[in-house]
Design a protein around this ligand. Structure first.
Ligand code: AMP
Length: 185
């Protein structure tokens, strides 16, 4: 049960990371989180990490061009040949267009666009509990604004596709996982 390529959409705190990881393990494909890659780059103080840090600390998106090569190389890597789950990318319409061209270029296609839907108050509550460095209440509210302005338009972009599936993420996480597994089989 592999050769599937999925992207995950939804506000911060929707459970994308948890669900994407579970589904990736279950499908036997790599889980590719741009946020995790960026946090790793910051921890290692690479040039990418140094450029990305201030944006991330403020709850802003890093500029599209910082991620373009990284995503291209990661999706073209040998372990991603038979499928992947992208978690946290694309986050702008520009990234969505880039991804569309990229997968076509490397002879792939996106099979499922998964959206996790959760209300704002759940997001704030969950993220405050998580306590990551960029999870203060002010930054969380800002990340929600950024999501609404820059990422939510992607829903309109993908909604009419028969590959688009939206799920209620405001449920017990095991139930969400079961719904996702049912949808991709
Ligand atoms: P995440 O772990 O997905 O919540 O991402 C954490 C932070 O990394 C975000 O708030 C952004 O600053 C940055 N980031 C992750 N993915 C992207 C992306 N696709 N485009 C721009 N910034 C991103």
């Amino acid at each position: 049960m592999n050769h599937l390529r999925l992207i995950f959409l939804g506000p911060p705190g929707a459970g994308k990371g948890t669900q994407a990881k579970r589904l990736a393990d279950w499908l036997g494909v790599p889980h590719i989180s741009t946020g995790e890659i960026l946090r790793g780059a910051i921890a290692d103080q690479t040039p990418l990490g140094q450029k990305a840090q201030a944006y991330m600390d403020n709850g802003d998106l890093v500029p599209d061009e910082l991620l373009a090569d990284l995503v291209r190389d990661r999706l073209a890597a040998p372990d991603a040949r038979d499928g992947w789950i992208l978690d946290g990318y694309p986050r702008t319409l520009n990234q969505a267009h880039y991804l569309e061209n990229l997968v076509a270029d490397i002879g792939q296609r996106v099979d499922y666009i998964i959206n996790l839907d959760v209300p704002d108050e759940t997001v704030v509550e969950r993220l405050l509990k998580r306590g990551r460095k960029d999870d203060t209440e002010a930054t969380i509210r800002h990340r929600l604004d950024v999501y609404r302005e820059q990422t939510a338009p992607l829903l309109g972009y993908y909604r009419d596709s028969d590959r688009f599936h939206s799920f209620n993420g405001n449920r017990d996480s095991d139930l969400v996982t079961e719904s996702l597994k049912a949808a991709v089989t």
